[in-house]
Design a binder for this molecule. Structure first.
Ligand code: ZN
Length: 248
């Protein structure tokens, strides 16, 4: 592409098809947002922000792209606090972008996203109560997911948590095969790699999943829901109440 090439056109219909959260924005507000949206390609492992960063760009993962919010400990361990796909946005949602990020935002499943200066989002929020309410409701749903993760990490077995995580990822990524190595899965769940290997083997024996090179294939979705802890249904149920038009 030359420096003078036209940027890819972003139409309202394209945006609505790509991001469920932006799809719930009213036409007038979305029209105002369109000039600020920039399509970007995110690659797996890409860090969107580190703890302490000023988050000046908000990312809306589109289609199958997924981003994790991770809490990082001083000795370098990281545990996932929230998973965000096309139903949501990452960065500057609650803090309006002017406060330092508390966690690390990392791309878990690479793909397209829409990037927007957080300041542009804030300007529209200031003048459109409807737009502001949509993001408040999203922030509430995200907080619920993070709160549930606290209980989940403290109380539920690695196997039940792994099921919850596979279901949530399946909802967002759409693919039956979750493209994530067992090392990465262990990191997300905050457990040893050997624990994940044992969990995947147990789920495989029950006919729920199949281990694939570099990923896990979901064989029996309903069975996986039964094997998951209550956290999956609790988080998705709250999201559906808060944002019925956005829920996956
Ligand atoms: Zn749980």
């Amino acid at each position: 592409m030359t420096a003078h090439a036209e940027p890819p056109a972003i139409s309202m219909a394209n945006v609505r098809a790509a991001s469920r959260l932006l799809g719930a924005v009213g036409a007038v507000d979305l029209e105002r947002l369109l000039p600020h949206l920039r399509p970007v390609e995110l690659v797996r492992g890409q860090v969107l922000f580190e703890p302490g960063d000023d988050v000046v760009v908000t990312h809306f993962p589109t289609f199958r792209t997924m981003v994790s919010l991770l809490i990082v400990t001083r000795d370098g361990h990281e545990v996932e606090a929230a998973t965000i796909g096309r139903e949501g946005a990452v960065g500057g949602i609650v803090s309006a972008g002017s406060k330092p990020a508390f966690g690390r935002g990392v791309v878990m499943i690479g793909g397209s996203a829409l990037a927007v200066p957080t300041a542009a989002l804030e300007t529209i929020k200031d003048t459109s109560p409807r737009f502001a309410e949509l993001f408040s409701r999203y922030a509430d749903s995200l907080l619920a997911q993070i709160m549930q993760s606290v209980a989940c990490n403290a109380l539920h077995s690695a196997e039940a948590r792994c099921c919850r995580w596979l279901l949530a990822t399946h909802d967002r990524a759409g693919d039956k095969t979750i493209q994530l190595t067992q090392e990465a899965l262990a990191e997300m769940l905050g457990v040893q790699r050997t624990t994940v290997t044992g969990v995947i083997q147990a789920l495989e024996t029950k006919g729920l999943v199949r281990h694939r090179r570099g990923g896990v294939e979901i064989i029996d979705r309903a069975g996986l829901e039964r094997a998951s802890c209550e956290c999956y249904a609790a988080v998705e149920g709250h999201f559906a109440l808060m944002l019925p038009q956005v829920a996956l």
